[in-house]
Design a protein around this ligand. Structure first.
Ligand SMILES: Cc1ncc(COP(=O)(O)O)c(C=O)c1O
Length: 347
C-alpha cells in the first residue's frame, strides 16, 4: 500500500470499525446504548413536524439556548450536524498551514487534507502535554483536542492561550469536555476573536446517529466558516436535540453521568494497576471517558481480546502512537470486570 493511501486510511479509521457486532464494546466512547427516555420522547414529539423545512426562527431559538448554556451571544453559536461537520468547515478559513496537534482525533486532519490544505503534524511525546508541542510559527491554524482523544489528557487553558498569535486561529475540539466535572479548562464560555471551540452532543447523550454539535466563536469567524454551506444544514430533530440538551434539567442529568464516569474511571484505573508489573502503563492523569494504555511488546493484545469477545480501540492509526497502545472506554463495573478478566487471561 502506498504511504499516501496508508495515511488516508489511518486518518479515517475510527473506533466504530473496531467494535464489530457481538463484541463487548470498549472501542467507542459513546455513553450508554441509547439516548435517555426524556430525549427520545422530545424527538418523537417532533416527528409530525418533519414535513416542513426548519426555520431561521427555530435556528435562532436553539442558538439562544446554546448561548445561555455557555454564557455567550447567539451570534457566537453555529449549530452543526455533529462536531465532525465543524472540521470540514475549517477549510473555508483558507489557512496556508494548519498545525494539528497529535496524537488526537484524526478527522480534522483528514478534512483539512481532503480540502487541499497543507497540514503539519505536531506530534507530542508521552506524557502528551500540550506544553511540549512545538507548533511552527508560520501555522495560521492550530487544531487540538481538550480533553484529548485518545490520550484522555486535559490541557491547562493557559497552554492553549500560549499558542495564540496574531493572524492565527486556534480550534479547540471539546467533544469530551462535558465529562469533566466543572470543566475547569474549557474555553467555551470565553469570547476570543481567534479561538473556535467545538462541542459535540454525541457521547454523553448517545446520539451518534443523529449528528449534533456546535461551534462557539466570533461572528466574523463563523461567517467565514459558513460561506459555502448548503441551506438547511441542521434538521428539525437535530435542532430539537441540541435545544433539549441545553436545558437546566439536561445539564443536571449530565452532571450525574459525569460523576458516574468519574467513579467508573477510578475503579478501572485502580484495577488496571495490578497489571503494571506485566508492562501495562496507564496514561495519567486521565480526565475523559476513556483511558490510553501502553502495553509494551504486546501488539497482539487487541487481537487476543477480540478472540475473547472484547473490542478495544487500536491506536497505531493515531499519529504519534504505535500498536503498543490501545484505548479503552470507561464503562460500568460489570463490563469493566469482563475487560479486566480478559486482559488477565491474555497477559
Ligand atoms: C475528539 C472527537 N471530536 C469530535 C468527534 C466527532 O463528534 P460528532 O459525533 O459530534 O461529529 C469525535 C467522535 O468520535 C471525537 O472523538
Amino acid at each position: 500500500m502506498s504511504a499516501d493511501r496508508q495515511l488516508w486510511d489511518s486518518l479515517r479509521h475510527h473506533g466504530d470499525v473496531d467494535a464489530s457486532d457481538g463484541l463487548l464494546d470498549f472501542a467507542v466512547n459513546v455513553h450508554g446504548t441509547a439516548p435517555p427516555d426524556w430525549l427520545q420522547r422530545r424527538l418523537a414529539s417532533r416527528l409530525s413536524d418533519l414535513a416542513r423545512y426548519p426555520t431561521a426562527a427555530e435556528d435562532l431559538a436553539v442558538r439562544e439556548s446554546v448561548a445561555r448554556r455557555h454564557g455567550r451571544n447567539p451570534d457566537e453559536v453555529l449549530l452543526l450536524s455533529g462536531a465532525a461537520e465543524g472540521f470540514s468547515l475549517l477549510a473555508h478559513l483558507s489557512p496556508r498551514c494548519a498545525a494539528v496537534v497529535h496524537p488526537s482525533f484524526t478527522e480534522p486532519e483528514f478534512a483539512l487534507r481532503q480540502a487541499g490544505i497543507a497540514v503539519q503534524q505536531v506530534v507530542v511525546p508521552p506524557p502528551f502535554r500540550l506544553a511540549d508541542a512545538t507548533v511552527p510559527d508560520h501555522a495560521d491554524l492550530v487544531v487540538l483536542g481538550n480533553p484529548t482523544n485518545p490520550t484522555s489528557v486535559l490541557h491547562p487553558r493557559a497552554d492553549i492561550h500560549a499558542l495564540r498569535r496574531p493572524g492565527r486561529v486556534i480550534v479547540v475540539d471539546e467533544a469530551f469536555s462535558d465529562v469533566v466535572p466543572g470543566e475547569p479548562e474549557t474555553l467555551a464560555g470565553i469570547s476570543l476573536p481567534d479561538v473556535l471551540v467545538l462541542r459535540s452532543l454525541t457521547k454523553t447523550w448517545a446520539i451518534a446517529g443523529l449528528r449534533c454539535g456546535y461551534l462557539l466563536g466570533s461572528p466574523a469567524l463563523l461567517a467565514e466558516l459558513t460561506r459555502r454551506r448548503p441551506h438547511w444544514p441542521v434538521g428539525t430533530l437535530q435542532l430539537e436535540a441540541i435545544r433539549a440538551c441545553c436545558t437546566p434539567e439536561a445539564l443536571a442529568a449530565a452532571e450525574v453521568i459525569m460523576q458516574r464516569i468519574g467513579e467508573d474511571r477510578k475503579y478501572l484505573i485502580a484495577a488496571l494497576r495490578q497489571f503494571e508489573s506485566q508492562g501495562v502503563g496507564i496514561v495519567e492523569p486521565a480526565d475523559a471517558s476513556f483511558l490510553l494504555l501502553h502495553v509494551s511488546g504486546r501488539p497482539d493484545l487487541r487481537h487476543r481480546l477480540k478472540e475473547r469477545g472484547i473490542a478495544v480501540r487500536r491506536c497505531d492509526t493515531f499519529p504519534g502512537l504505535s500498536d503498543d497502545y490501545v484505548r479503552v472506554a470507561v464503562r460500568e463495573r460489570e463490563a469493566a470486570d469482563a475487560l479486566l478478566a480478559a486482559i488477565r487471561e491474555v497477559l
